[in-house]
Design a protein around this ligand. Sequence first.
Ligand code: ADP
Ligand code: MG
Length: 139
Amino acid sequence: MKKFITQTDKQTQELGKLFAQELKAVCLPEQGTVVCLSGDLGSGKTTFTQGLLKGLKIKGPYTSPTFVVMKKYNNVYHIDAYRIKNKDLLGLGWEEMIADNKNIIIIEWAERVEKIIPKNAIWIRFRWIDRDKRELKFS
Ligand code: ADP
Ligand code: MG
């Protein structure tokens, strides 16, 4: 498990950008790549995702999907599961989404729909330390 402490929101974005490079090296034969972001409100999940999308060469603006639940950028999906239940996610075409190995699915609040997250998903756990410090644990 890798653990990082970032001191600014910019650093969290940079970490997201670097992580995009790692993701390019991961490609499962018959499954999409699922990146689960967990942690409290304000812990940096959306900030990290902005850097990650940039690193994946997705053109902005990247608005938070909090109010729309899901944003799709070609084969990259950004989901916010804060207000949804397993069945809502299934209704968005979750099974098909995660079955396509060209897809990258980034999901905030993944712990809320943990039951339908595939076993081989990547988990990043965010923790608020103080106003500008965040801890990110990758597993
Ligand atoms: P979440 O999506 O987890 O609710 P956001 O990324 O939307 O969190 O919000 C994080 C907030 O904390 C932003 O306002 C950001 O500017 C601020 N912030 C301060 N320091 C950091 C840091 N080191 N990493 C990420 N965000 C930080
Ligand atoms: Mg968020």
